[in-house]
Design a protein around this ligand. Structure first.
Ligand SMILES: O=C([O-])CC(=O)C(=O)O
Ligand SMILES: [Mg+2]
Length: 203
């Protein structure tokens, strides 16, 4: 990808709206097919349809311990996506439907978690997208420690606060905030190119 020399012209709200119209695959194509979380992290809704677009608020927790989630959830704001490095642990859930409901009430768009969750069906019922490494009924402990903010690793990709997170049934892609307009333009161009290919195939 070339350096972005174009001055920023779009607001974050406009960017989120535009990215919401584009599937995760062409968005990753728009940044050299990079910045995609590994396929172990996917929507926990049991049937298709999860769609997430928002800005990252980052959190690092000890595996299976959600004291940090309780500490951050009531300060989330409209458009946030809580992105949690949970050390990839899969034997204990970090969140469930109740804490997700608290986040949703504050305008949080969803969670991306390198760890596990529970209450998967309820998460879909309350229409709160959650992308995680798996589902387990084993609930979290709540002792800490934790760190709010700073760069985190999720699904083998680094995420910084303010980065854009886009998730759908294919998975989750991250767009660095200062590259967002450039990536958006490239993703939109990819959509146009794919439409042309479809016409050539006769679809
Ligand atoms: O009990 C917990 O800590 C997690 C949970 O299931 C919920 O928030 O619904
Ligand atoms: Mg629960």
């Amino acid at each position: 990808m070339t350096e972005n020399t174009v001055a920023s012209t779009m607001t974050e709200a406009e960017l989120l709206e535009k990215f919401a119209e584009i599937p995760s695959a062409p968005i990753s194509d728009g940044q050299d097919r990079l910045n995609v979380l590994d396929a172990g992290i996917s929507s926990v809704w049991p049937s298709p349809g999860a769609r997430l677009v928002g800005r990252a608020v980052t959190l690092t927790v000890g595996g299976g311990d959600n004291a940090g989630v309780h500490a951050v959830v009531d300060s989330l704001t409209e458009g946030d996506v809580l992105v949690i490095n949970g050390q990839g642990l899969t034997h204990r859930a970090l969140i469930g439907e109740l804490i997700a409901s608290r986040a949703k009430k504050r305008g949080c768009r969803g969670f991306v978690i390198d760890g596990c969750v529970r209450d998967a069906v309820d998460l879909q019922e309350i229409n709160f997208p959650v992308f995680a490494r798996g589902v387990t009924p084993a609930g979290p402990y709540r002792n800490g420690p934790y760190r709010i903010g700073g760069p985190v690793a999720v699904g083998n990709v680094a995420v910084s606060p303010g980065d854009l997170m886009i998730g759908d049934d294919d998975g989750v892609v991250v767009v660095a905030r200062d590259e967002a307009e450039q990536v958006l333009a490239a993703a939109q161009a990819k959509l146009v190119a794919e439409e042309k290919q479809r016409a050539e195939i006769g679809l």
